[in-house]
Write a protein that binds this ligand. Structure first.
Ligand SMILES: NC(=O)c1ccc[n+]([C@@H]2O[C@H](COP(=O)([O-])OP(=O)(O)OC[C@H]3O[C@@H](n4cnc5c(N)ncnc54)[C@H](OP(=O)(O)O)[C@@H]3O)[C@@H](O)[C@H]2O)c1
Length: 306
């Protein structure tokens, strides 16, 4: 039976992530009003029980508003428009991957208006959300976390509270720096094994069963083997996160040599015009650099999610 939760929810952003997250809330029985800049993308959420707004300001009278857009600049713009009228929500839960500085500015802006704020970025792509394996990392007042928790649990089984202020932002930035570096490293070793004569599916099958295999290496295996680069996460969004990591490294005086090299490899990929496919095209760039041309292996490979 769906859980009925009394608070009303507003949801900003029905992109790849926001759409699936809002869908889980609606299917869980929450009263959700969704706004997306491109309204048509939000419309199919109606079949899951969500309502769709024409203007973002309509969401201001909801108890809790979630936000899942792209960059800090976008968050600032939509939250500004959300709050341009007289109504205001009790709590804003911001899930986009943004900087510590942006998050602190948002907190200040919301505190001035008497709105509680929870920073709640996530780990996992849209398919991970569908598989019920997304996780949130949250920071801000503990009471805000507790207020949001029933809704967070409808979206994801994992919701970790890491402390006050913007701490969740640095955790998410560290996570995505690791995502970039691991993907580049996986591309390098996959191409090395292939050029030495090992088919990618055989190599990755072994890796994924080894102690080095992970949920992530498993769910990237079909893309690496069969060269299916339908977007889960764009190269531009990954570059944003590597830049956030390098900025944080400068701020806290921490050298990040691997992150730095990986950021430039993502930049090379974008510079060559590989922007519309998944960031896993790092594999194709690596193959080119190694002087080999890849073909799909057309082997059925599990992703560990479905
Ligand atoms: N994809 C992943 O695997 C993943 C995983 C974890 C975290 N994230 C983070 O989650 C966030 C969303 O990622 P995504 O992959 O869902 O991106 P996406 O598919 O590109 O969706 C972006 C969403 O933001 C909206 N948006 C962007 N700029 C806006 C603006 N100025 N005003 C109003 N709406 C705006 C877009 O509206 P339109 O539909 O009108 O363009 C769309 O709803 C990013 O911060 C990303 O780094 C992504």
């Amino acid at each position: 039976m769906p859980t009925k939760i009394k608070s009303t929810v507003g949801w900003i952003g029905a992109g790849r992530m926001g759409y699936e997250m809002a869908g889980r809330l609606a299917r869980g029985g929450a009263d959700v009003l969704v706004w997306n800049r491109t309204k048509e993308k939000a419309e199919p959420l109606k079949k899951h029980g969500a309502k769709v707004a024409d203007e973002v300001a309509e969401l201001a009278s909801r108890d809790i508003v979630f936000c899942m857009v792209s960059t800090w600049k976008d968050v600032k713009e939509v939250v500004g428009n959300l709050l341009k009228g007289k109504s205001k929500p009790k709590l804003l839960v911001e899930c986009s991957s943004i900087s510590l500085e942006g998050s602190a500015e948002l907190r200040e802006m919301l505190e001035k208006k008497g709105i509680q704020y929870l920073a709640a970025p996530v780990s996992g792509n849209a398919k991970v959300i569908k598989a019920g394996r997304l996780s949130f990392v949250c920071s801000g007042p503990r009471k805000s976390f507790e207020q949001a928790l029933p809704f967070l649990k409808m979206i994801a089984p994992g919701a970790s509270y890491v402390g006050e202020g913007e701490l969740a932002r640095i955790v998410k930035i560290c996570h995505n720096v690791f995502l970039g570096v691991v993907t580049q490293s996986l591309a390098e070793i996959t191409i090395l094994a292939q050029k030495a004569g090992v088919p990618r599916h055989a190599f990755l099958e072994f890796m994924n069963q080894s102690v080095m295999g992970s949920t992530f290496t498993r769910y990237k295996a079909p893309a690496f083997v069969n060269l299916d680069f339908k977007v889960t996460f764009t190269p531009h969004l990954l570059r944003k996160d590597m830049d956030l990591g390098l900025d944080a490294g400068r701020r806290f005086e921490v050298p990040m040599p691997l992150a730095s090299a990986t950021r430039d490899l993502i930049q090379s990929m974008i510079g060559q015009g590989w922007t519309e496919q998944d960031f896993a095209t790092l594999l194709l760039q690596q193959a080119e650099a190694a002087g080999i041309k890849l073909k799909p292996e057309n082997v059925e490979v599990g992703d560990g999610l479905s």
